[in-house]
Design a protein. Sequence first.
Length: 534
Amino acid sequence: MYDGTGSPGAVADVAIAGDEIAHVGTVDAADIASAGTVIDATGLAVAPGFINVLSHSYVTLIQDPRSLSELMQGVTTQLMGEGTSMGPIPEQSRAQLTGWFGDDLPWESLREYLVHLEQTGVSQNVASLVGATTLRILGAGYDDRPMTPAELDRVKGVLAEEMADGAMGIGSALIYPPGFYASTEELIELAAVAGAHRGKYFSHLRSEGDQWEQGIDELLRVSREGQLPAEVWHIKAAGRHNWHKMDATLDLLQRARDAGEPISADCYPYTAGGTSLAACVPPRYATGGAEVLRRRLTDASVRKEIADAIATELDAGWENLYLASGGAEGVYLAAVRAIDRADKAAIAESKTLKGRTLAEYSSSVGRDPIDAALDLLERMEIGCMYFIIDEANIAKAISRPWIAVGSDSASQAAEPPFSDTPTHPRAYGTFARFLGHYCRDLGLASLAEGIHRMSGLPAGTLELDRRGQLRSGWFADVVVFDPDDFVDTATYEEPHRYAVGMRHVFVNGVHTLRDGAHTGSFAGRALAGPGRRS
């Protein structure tokens, strides 16, 4: 038994009654005989359920509440809210949401969305930060300008209500427009509101590569002046020419922690990041949203400006993922969808793109790779994997005991409709790969420490109520797995493959995964931050 604190494992019984852990230690034989369910975990590891601090399961939990790709890894709690969140709903975002869920959208606020998941049934606990991008759209739309005082006051009022209703804090994604357009001062103003409700600030930094140092400095400033804890999401030195920055950045964060600052980070154990092909375009050309960008691409002079910027601009105030990937060879086309569902040629072509590099595609059509990418952006929505991360730097992050784990992906199932769409292997393998490959096989952390990094550590950062440890009176989020066989099987070529080795998962005391199979129970709850009003 591993209690989630990082202490060495010990032989012990864990008794569950209702939704709580009733006892940790030795249980009388008579009580065992009268128990409704008894699991012999001899030779297995029993631990607190794992916490995914960066989930994008906003939509997939409604499509398939089993959340199998994460449940099969022992994830019992998901945190969402990187930049965008499912509430509050700006009018500019309503059309997209109703397109997914219908005109009778059953929520308006973030809390209502989380409660909707709980009431309709979900395998895991759910929590969310308020997306800083969502708040910016609520105030200034997709414009590249400061919010007016009146807009900012309105947004701060909405944020205060969301925090009082249980939001965990603010989540920013500053590489992407329109979140990119927010100034540091604007973020500090919002952070102060969240901090007043014991909220946290999690950030996909404004730069993870060419201006990584400035991105870290901005996060530290938001934390200090907003007076709230802050976490660096998916910490990495993006781009081969930036890999040497990893040691200095980790040391800088370590010094801040040693000085008593509430700073943390998390990572995913893969060398490729995943986002859209449109993220290759400088944010200054994306003002107004995706449709406006597509119109700009039809202007030959503007299109040439964009292509030249992608080909040449480094250290220019935006994250050039194309160059960070080493060019077209490092850009892997994963999920592809034609924008116009009546464009039969685009639909047919989209089916030929998945699983190819941009270099392969551009060569097949006889186009310069950047021109080929812009051609695609006019007609397609494309998700990509960018090979921008150094394997040695992953090991350096995992060696730091204050770095937690997040998948940066959506939970799904290895069956249609999910299996019809390529995805990143981190959707199926993040936690198993962290604990199995990096902790067990490479020895970068002990089993007890690895479990702590996925349970007690993030629970403490988020101040989750009685979760993250195996303790009497705490909520019974409990996993049972084979520590020798727990491993990821998903690959970039075949990403829809479940991790193996997870035997049992209990969520709020309910047996949700039994002998590696979903039981049909949905006991997940909508969790709230520590500043929620009574």
